[in-house]
Design a protein around this ligand. Structure first.
Ligand code: SF4
Length: 327
């Protein structure tokens, strides 16, 4: 595939159209990393206030590493996916303690850190250190399959690898930081999932899907995941205004979340009795809450009820406490 012209068109479009975003004014890998993890949760506009608040509280990787996880959760609240906040904290501690606070400039090293998947490691290596590699996320998959008319099972690793190679070729120059950001910008503003604005696209003269009027069919839909049904029983141990919580090890989801002691099992059908239903990604969870337990374990601790949301900001613990109050 000859990409030189595509690269030039994309780059000059980006230089003329890029939005001024706080994380674009820096080459600081820590700030780029935080923004990239936040951008996986929601849109640019929604991320800006979260990003500004987070980096004013944790301005350096050292400050994040030294913070209590409860504080990190507090500044992450509203973004969801608390495992990402936990991984940010763990990775910051490794960078601070084992790498003297210095980020590796290559994605091959960054990817070894907790929470640094292929996208984040490539984004940080390219945007902060100009490593000539391309990023691949939902936006880039959409643009590349449309532009080059590719009908791929992009959710399968081997097929995704083909897109990764194209992305690497497109961004594989000294301008990789601009080119990767150009792809992100094009996906966010022009080649969007529904309201596609091809007339403003730098590639509209060569885009296969535009020329053949086949934009809506790319990228093809990922097959729906099979849902799993689980029952999850919590044994609530309380005293005065405190509740006993411990890191969850009972389920493959919400691992290490601070929750009451519990047991769980995978079911073949929905149970008859439960207190409430809770959904986590591909899991349908039927929750029962038993009060009056005296159980504890080695890892848990007593937490004041009004401080529970600081160590576990998920909606699950809120629902558990509401259920206790009704019983
Ligand atoms: S021409 Fe349209 S479909 Fe093709 S890459 Fe540009 S915005 Fe996307």
């Amino acid at each position: 595939m000859k990409l030189t012209t595509d690269r030039k068109q994309l780059h000059s479009w980006y230089l003329q159209n890029k939005r001024a975003l706080p994380w674009r004014a820096t080459k600081n890998p820590y700030l780029i990393w935080i923004s990239e993890v936040m951008l996986q949760q929601t849109t640019v506009t929604a991320v800006i206030p979260f990003y500004e608040k987070f980096i004013s509280r944790f301005p350096t990787v050292q400050s994040l590493a030294e913070a209590r996880i409860e504080d990190v959760y507090e500044y992450w609240a509203g973004l969801g996916y608390y495992s990402r906040a936990r991984n940010l904290h763990k990775a910051a501690q490794i960078i601070d303690n084992e790498h003297r606070g210095i980020f590796s400039p290559t994605y091959q090293e960054l990817i070894k850190l907790p929470g640094f998947g292929p996208y984040t490691s490539r984004a940080v290596a390219s945007l902060a250190y100009d490593q000539p590699v391309g990023v691949l996320d939902g936006n880039v998959i959409r643009i590349l399959t449309r532009k080059y008319g590719l009908d791929l099972k992009w959710w399968e690793n081997k097929q995704k690898e083909k897109l990764q190679i194209i992305s690497d070729e497109l961004a594989g120059t000294k301008d990789s930081a601009d080119l990767n950001q150009a792809m992100m910008e094009l996906g966010a503003t022009i080649c969007t999932p529904k309201k596609v604005m091809c007339l403003l696209c730098p590639w509209n003269k060569t885009c296969i899907s535009y020329a053949t009027d086949t934009i809506p069919q790319r990228p093809g839909p990922k097959p729906k995941q099979n849902f799993e049904i689980w029952s999850w029983n919590f044994k609530i141990n309380t005293k005065k205004s405190q509740i006993y919580l411990t890191p969850n090890g009972a389920t493959p989801f919400l691992k290490e979340n601070w929750l009451p002691l519990s047991s769980a099992e995978k079911l073949t059908k929905k149970p008859k009795n439960y207190d409430f239903k809770h959904g986590v990604t591909k899991y349908d969870i039927y929750v029962t809450v038993e009060t009056g337990s005296k159980s504890s374990d080695q890892k848990g601790k007593w937490v004041d009820l009004h401080q529970v949301s600081q160590i576990n900001p998920t909606s699950l613990i809120k629902k558990i406490i509401q259920t206790i109050e009704k019983k």
